[in-house]
Design a protein around this ligand. Structure first.
Ligand SMILES: [Zn+2]
Length: 220
């Protein structure tokens, strides 16, 4: 599938809901077959008028949009805004601010901030599709500290780090969170600190509800 080359082209291309649909299907299912996010069945039909799919499986929530099961769900923001936003984030080598996104897409700055957060999280975890879901293997989540001991650092480095609140975890080390779907690959990312239940928030954003999650004794 041809993807847009300039911002103008991207916005124009993704204004068309049918382009968004085809684009999402192409990036989400390599074989191009849409599957139900609740039961993984391929027996689904597209309801063009409502722009929803319908599953014939025996479960509640038979209708679903292509956002279900991705980091784009739980928001009223349509794919027509999400997809050009992703395009912008991956195309701007120097990064993009929520203000620029707000201006370019005509969404509120609050929405733009939320979108940037979700898109960056997905890029870090290397997938827009949430982990877990129907028939998934359990997921293991843990945090660890990585980095040198502060007592071996030069005094100026140590002072700078503690001034900036830089490397957290109290010991001058970076906190890294890892997530593993059993039998799969580990996804690791640096998180600001171990406070404020950051790990729990990330798990809630990236893992399907109802998935079996294992961790250590740490409350986070
Ligand atoms: Zn289903």
């Amino acid at each position: 599938m041809e993807s847009p080359k300039t911002l103008q082209q991207a916005i124009q291309f993704f204004t068309d809901p049918e382009n968004c649909r085809q684009f999402m299907v192409a990036v989400r299912w390599l074989d191009g077959k849409v599957r139900c996010p609740y039961c993984d069945s391929e027996k689904v039909t597209y309801l063009a008028k409502a722009r929803l799919y319908r599953c014939y499986g025996d479960h509640p929530k038979q209708k679903f949009s292509l956002k279900v099961g991705t980091v784009f769900e739980d928001s009223p923001i349509p794919l027509e805004k999400w997809l050009p936003a992703v395009w912008l984030v991956v195309s701007c080598k120097n990064g993009i601010s929520s203000y620029e996104l707000h201006r370019a897409l005509g969404v509120t700055q609050k929405s733009a901030w939320f979108m940037l957060h979700r898109i960056r999280l997905a890029i870090q975890s290397k997938s827009f599709v949430k982990r877990g879901g129907p028939g998934s293997a359990p997921i293991e989540v843990d945090e660890t500290f990585i980095g040198g001991k502060t007592r071996f650092m030069h005094k100026s480095t140590r002072e700078r780090l503690s001034r900036n609140g830089g490397m957290q975890g109290g010991s001058g080390k970076a906190v890294v969170m890892g997530m593993l779907v059993r039998g799969g690959q580990v996804r690791a990312q640096v998180i600001p600190d171990r406070k404020h239940n950051i790990t729990e928030k990330i798990v809630r954003e990236l893992v399907e509800p109802g998935t079996e999650v294992h961790s250590d004794e740490f409350q986070g």
